[in-house]
Each structure stands twice: as C-alpha cells, then as structure tokens.
Design a protein around this ligand. Sequence first.
Ligand code: AMP
Ligand code: ZN
Length: 473
Amino acid sequence: MLYLYNSATRQKEAFKPHDEKRTTMYTCGPTVYHYAHIGNLRSYIMEDILDRYLRYLGYPLKRVMNITDVGHLSSDADTGEDKMLKGAKREHKTVMEIAKFYTDAFFADCEKLRIRRPDVVEPATHCIGEFIKVIKKLLEKGYAYEAGGNIYFDTSKLEKYYIFNDFKEEDLAVGVREDVGEDTNKRNKADFVLWFTKSKFEDQELKWNSPWGVGYPGWHIECSCISMKHLGEYLDVHCGGIDNAFPHHTNEIAQSEAYLGHKWCNFWMHVHHLNTTSGKMSKSSGEFLTVSLLESKGYDPLAYRFFCLGSHYRKNLVFTYENLDNAAAAYDKLIARVAQLLKEAQGGVEEEKLAEMKAAFREALDNDLNTSLAVTALYDALKADATAATKLAAVKDFDTVLQLALIEKAEKKNEESYDENDPFVAEILGAIRARAQAKKEKNYAEADRIRAALLEKGVELVDTKEGTTFKIR
Ligand code: AMP
Ligand code: ZN
C-alpha cells in the first residue's frame, strides 16, 4: 500500500484514487520565459518518480501538465509585469517565440533527465475559452466580482481559504515584493485576479476578448481549468514545488471547489527546494544552473537525477559541485557494477529471491517515495547472494521507476571496454558504422542486411538513445 504525505492534511495517508478505473495526476508546468534551472527540474524529477511508481504499481494513470505562457506575473501575487513579456523584451522576440523556444528547451532537458512527458501537455493560451467559462460561473455563483476593470475571486466567501498555510489576513504580504504596490481594487487582501483587463503594463502582448473586455487570464485559473478540462471534477493528486503551495495552489483549491461545489483534489504533493549554499536558486543572480551548464562541465544529466534520488523530496537539498561529484562517482560505480554483472555467467532467475528484492524496493517507495532507501534496495540486490540473472532482473525492474539507464549505460561501458584491436571487435564496430551510414542514406535494406549478417555470427545489435551497442551471444 502506497502512503503519501498529503500537504493538505499534513500527514501520510494511504493513497486511494477516487475512481478505481482511473487515477488522475496534475502537475504545474513551467513558466516558459527562460530555461528551467536544476531546482525546477528537481521538482519534475521527483514528480516523475511518483508518476512512474504509480504506473509500476498498476494504477491506470492519466497525467496532465500545463505550460504557463501567459498570466504569471513577476510576483506570485497579482502584481508586476507578466514574466513572459519580460522574457520577450529581454530577448527582443515575441512572447510566442519565447514560449516555443523555452517549451522545447524544457522538454529537451526532461528527456536528458528521463522525465516522462505527461499524457497531456496544454499551454494556457490554448484554453482561454475554458477560463472564461469558469470565471463566468464563479461570477454567477457570487464567488467573483469586478473591480477597476479586473475580475477578482472573493476569498471572504469561503469558509476556509488557507489550506496549506495558516496565514492571518494581516500577514498577507507573502508573495508580494516590496517593489510592487498593493492592488487597491481587492475587497480582501487575499483576493486574487481571475481575469485582467487593466494592468499597469499596457504593452501586454497577448490579449483576448472576454465578456469583461479585452484582457488576459490570471495565473491560478490556468491550472484549475486545464486540470478539470482533461481530468474531470475529481483529481487524485496534484503536485508542484513547495513555493507553489501558497498562494498558487491555495487559490486553485478556492476557485475549483467554488466552481464545482465539492471537494476537488485529494492529495497534494509538494517537492521542497534545491538551494545553493547562498540560499534560493535563481535564474537572475549567481551561476544560472541548467542541465546544459552541467553537461558543459562534463556531467552526465543522469548523475544529477541520481543526486536528486539520494535525498527525500520533502527535505531541502543543497547543491554544490562537491555533492554532485560524489553522486556522479557513485553513479559511475553503480554502472560499472552492472556492467560486471552483464559479463558474468548469468544463470537462471531465482524467483523467490527476486520477489524479496522487489518487496524491499516497494517498501521504500511505499513509504512516501523514499527514493534514497529505494537506491539502497538496489545496492542490496546487487550485493545479494543470488545469480547474476536474478540481480539483473531486479535492476531492470527497479529502473523502470528510477530511470537511471543502468542496463544501457552498462552495455555501452562493456562495448567501450572491448579491445578495438581485436579483429572481430573491429569488424563489428566497422559494421555498426556502415549500418549507421546506410540508415542515414535511407538505405534500410542495406542496414537490415548488415544487422542480419552480424546475427549470423552471433552478434546482436542493440539500438539505444546513446547509439548502437552489441552483445556477443
Ligand atoms: P516555474 O517555471 O517558476 O513556474 O517553476 C516550475 C516548478 O519548479 C514549480 O513547480 C516550482 O514550484 C518549482 N521550483 C521553483 N524553484 C525551485 C527550487 N529551487 N527547487 C525545487 N523546485 C523549484
Ligand atoms: Zn499550477
């Protein structure tokens, strides 16, 4: 039984979907005005573990993520300039050019980190009709009001507004930076904008017609609407970084439940921050830590994934190059260990021992996704008194969740460690190159012929993302 910490109730609870025929998960996607930093990506890696573990356990999961391409202002409250517009000005491009470029960059990073693409990815700008529909209903139901040209959510209409934080009204300077003034149209300090037609920034690039005038949506309404559009009225688990809990997720709950008239989401998973030694990770000050930067320094992106798995998602994690070096060294050793196993006489799979190994792995992840213990279960499996085949079966099984590419990397390592001066190895490598060339020239018949000819000699080619490797039978 999977137990997850639910930030809405502040306790670990047995995970139970609303409907046993489908499990629904929503993730706040990136604001695509810049590259994601590795802190953002820590959140997506840990959410990916939840995604993959739910599937591993057999839940029929549908996962949705938005892309924030409009409405996220410099402050998480309703003030400041739209982040997208700021990004566009910085790079002398249009907002849509910026959105496309950084959405692609985000998914390229995800691929390198083996973060699965959610089943549905929906940019906010594709859903304006949905936002208007929900805002209209909130106005009809008396949960929203118009003031100074904008539409606001009236938080005083709710019995309980503060779900994640027990803020008092007067403490509500949260999310509002000092350099941005307070919005005097709000009836209550906690109220938030659903639709803007008036803002200080008249050059807002993207605007749409609405019953309340030409304008653009607020950030919070995006996630509620995109989730409900694809996942319906009941959401099983909603994730995001811890900074999203307030006000973003608090506002999502307020408007979704006011709209639906019943409880919306059962579980809230929040990933704590990756910090630098000097504090919060930033895109504007200090070194802008991206996956590409790590690669340019010679790190394998999956060593960063491994680094993240070493600590619990509900603890802050400090990034230093020294910490990353340690993780990278341990990751290399792990691959070397698996590479060694591949070379050993493998024997048969001992089902009972394998079941024990899997049980230890599950026990770790069942306890609120304890990834570091899951990695320990992997080490224990490698050390166990069992056949190589049993251990490899465990590695393969665990890696469907951990996604460290252990088998592929180990095979590659073994291939690279072949003696290229050995005439047989040289022949195989030559054939692999010839096949790649044939494929490039779209001569698939020749490529197939080369593969078949090698197979005749007992050499099986394996195509991976990292290139083609081979196994000698
Ligand atoms: P954004 O692109 O700013 O909307 O953020 C994308 C995701 O990254 C959100 O879920 C944030 O909560 C999360 N996030 C932001 N900073 C960090 C950090 N330093 N560590 C972990 N997650 C973060
Ligand atoms: Zn969101």
